[in-house]
Write a new protein. Structure first.
Length: 646
């Protein structure tokens, strides 16, 4: 890809990682929201013994950079080895396209058992990173969007006790330091004034348990990567969380490698965390290029596009080479990150900026506003509105935006509306706020205000798929199917992996009586996210109506596995088994139908058929019982049934 051409130094001599020896088991631990200065031997005001012990055993990169200050895109870079321009995921809640090869797939093909435990909804299966994993545990506690490191570690340890001869690739993601900061005891008391650090310290304790268990369980060689996905503003440059700016607080992350061919010590070479991908492939013997085992230097790139894509502010790009860091967001800023890690002094007017850096930020491909998911080429120039503000100049809105989006996500629309109006009073062309306002009004049944806001959104971004999707959902909410359907059809045709549009279209197809399409859409949705038992039942019913016996059986069986005794479709399942000539299963299923079932006579009729086909000794008695208890429907069926006429 294009960005690969930005490399500053020539490749070093290739070296063999493990020769022809057994493939090492590999553990990748990603630490969410962890600042580089909040963990390890150089952190002040906090003790993180587990991380520091690993750092002492391996190689610590003191200038490692995330590719995006947001969870999903940053992890996507580690799993693909690509910058966002290459993998297409610029913000959370997008979907990694199925045609991008991912790390777990490569490792599984090479004979690895691939296992992941993630701790936040942001990385749920539906966003595309589960591909290639034999096990992908994204189960959060009931009603929650995250789980604590302790629980994730407990579950991982339970899994590690299973024996396997295959080498293991294990990815564990911890989310604790993410806002809100609520560390467990004793860390809560110990870090009373700095609860963020308390979360990091609590996570470090779990990291210690995890590393110990991994190393005990894995026999033979092993590699370990510990890396942050991005940092946290904590007020630096007036950013309290992350995602809006590109300063060190959120971009500079911890990175430690312990494993085959890794020299002990520290490295001050700036590196991108996307090379975690290449390093793990190197350990697995699947190619050495870009491995952090080598000393290849590169111009390290990063971006923060959410303010651009969502709010229409200036796109933000960053490049680091040596100690010089350039940020371009409407204008160029330059910092010496070694002498001035707080980036207090912009050197743009004072120093000669390296040409490699200037070229890198100038040529960085910015996504298009119309289709942020689409692949972008370096030649297509982004459409940036003339009066687009620089994100750093909008910092007064960061907290209210964060608060509004939190309320919106929790569906507290009435409370979100005044905040959204406040944002729009200061930033009238903010697409995200306009769309959120429209959707909030729509959900509350404020038809007139909703349509007015949707019109505003369409004026800001006439070709936006987000606008089309949310407007379609609005029409669907008001049962205006004839308006909703064409909009949704267009969105799904243009972006076939867009979950909210797929879900809405599946419901509409069902209402239109286009059952085959409804079934196909539901199947696609349930690959992207886990269906509930009720949804599996509905899929089974639709597939049955559509004559897809095998699919209907599969869906009902899965629902039954989840529901146990509460499963209410034993009659349907029995009928399906009978149709598929799976007679012993048909018998068991029909025997489970309760006496109180409104169609119990049908169960008796079907059971008698099965009895005849199985040549059961009591078949005559079963036919007699079916006759005796027959209702209007089964009476006719029994009279016409040839099986009963011998
Ligand atoms: Zn994150």
């Amino acid at each position: 890809m294009l960005i690969g051409a930005c490399r500053a130094a020539p490749k070093t001599e290739p070296r063999a990682a493990g020769g022809t020896k057994a493939r090492p088991s590999i553990m990748l631990v990603t630490l969410d929201t962890t600042r580089a200065d909040a963990i390890g031997p150089e952190a002040t005001g906090i003790d993180t013994p587990a991380f520091s012990e690993l750092a002492a055993r391996g190689r610590r990169f003191r200038q490692a950079y995330a590719t995006v200050p947001e969870t999903l895109p940053s992890h996507t870079s580690m799993m693909t080895g690509l910058y966002p321009a290459g993998h297409g995921v610029h913000e959370n809640a997008r979907y990694l396209s199925g045609d991008r090869p991912v790390l777990a797939e490569r490792l599984r093909q090479a004979g690895y058992r691939t296992v992941a435990f993630v701790s936040a909804f942001t990385l749920a299966r539906r966003f595309g990173l589960a591909r290639g994993f034999d096990v992908y545990d994204d189960e959060m506690p009931e009603g929650q969007v995250e789980r604590a490191a302790q629980e994730t570690t407990d579950r991982t340890l339970a899994h590690l006790r299973q024996d396997s001869r295959q080498p293991l690739f294990l990815w564990v993601h911890y989310y604790d330091p993410h806002y809100p900061y609520t560390p467990p005891e004793p860390f809560r008391s110990r870090y009373l004034k700095k609860p963020y650090l308390g979360e990091v310290a609590a996570m470090d304790q779990q990291l210690g348990r995890l590393v110990q268990a991994f190393e005990q369980q894995v026999k033979g060689p092993a590699g370990i990567v510990i890396v942050g996905d991005h940092g946290e503003g904590l007020g630096d440059h007036r950013e309290s969380q992350h995602g809006s700016l590109l300063y060190q607080a959120t971009m500079h992350v911890p990175l430690v490698l312990v494993g085959p061919g890794i020299a002990k010590g520290v490295s001050d070479t700036p590196v991108s965390t996307r090379r975690v991908f290449h390093t793990i492939l190197d350990w697995a013997g699947l190619g050495e290029s870009n491995s952090l085992r080598g000393s290849e230097q590169e111009v390290v790139l990063a971006e923060a596009m959410r303010p651009f894509v969502a709010f229409g502010w200036q796109p933000q790009v960053m490049a680091v080479l040596g100690r010089q860091k350039a940020i371009f967001a409407g204008k160029l800023e330059v910092y010496d990150v070694v002498a001035d890690p707080m980036e207090a002094r912009d050197l743009a007017a004072e120093v000669e900026v390296s040409r490699a850096l200037k070229t890198a930020v100038r040529d960085y491909p910015v996504p298009s506003l119309e289709a942020p998911l689409a692949n972008v080429s370096a030649r297509s120039r982004p459409v940036v509105r003339k009066d687009a503000p620089r994100p750093v100049d909008m910092s007064r809105l960061f907290d209210v935006i964060e608060k509004a989006s939190g309320l919106f996500a929790r569906e507290e629309y009435a409370r979100a509306i005044p905040l959204l109006e406040r944002i729009l009073a200061e930033d009238p062309k903010n697409l995200d706020a306009t769309l959120s306002l429209a959707t909030a009004h729509s959900a509350l049944g404020h038809e007139k205000q909703a349509l007015e806001a949707f019109r505003g959104a369409a004026d800001i971004a006439p070709d936006s798929q987000d606008v089309r999707t949310y407007l379609a959902l609005h029409y669907a909410r008001g049962k205006q199917w004839e308006r909703a359907v064409p909009l949704l059809e267009r969105v799904v045709a243009e972006t076939p992996d867009r979950l909210p549009a797929l879900e809405a279209l599946a419901v509409l197809r069902e209402r239109q009586g286009r059952t085959s399409e409804a079934v196909a859409l539901r199947q696609k949705i349930y690959v992207m996210r886990k269906p509930s038992a009720e949804e599996l039942v509905r899929l089974g019913q639709l597939a049955m109506d559509d004559g897809q016996t095998a699919l209907a059986i599969e869906a009902f069986e899965k629902a039954r596995a989840l529901q146990g005794r509460a499963f209410g479709q034993d009659l349907e399942l029995g009928v399906l088994y009978l149709a598929a000539r799976r007679l012993p299963e048909a018998k068991d299923s029909l025997d489970r139908v309760a006496l109180s079932h409104p169609e119990y006579p049908m169960a008796l009729f079907k059971r008698a058929q099965v009895s005849v086909l199985l040549h059961e000794p009591d078949r005559a008695a079963r036919i007699a019982l079916a006759r005796e208890r027959a209702d209007a429907t089964t009476r006719k069926l029994i009279a016409a049934e040839r099986l009963f006429q011998e």
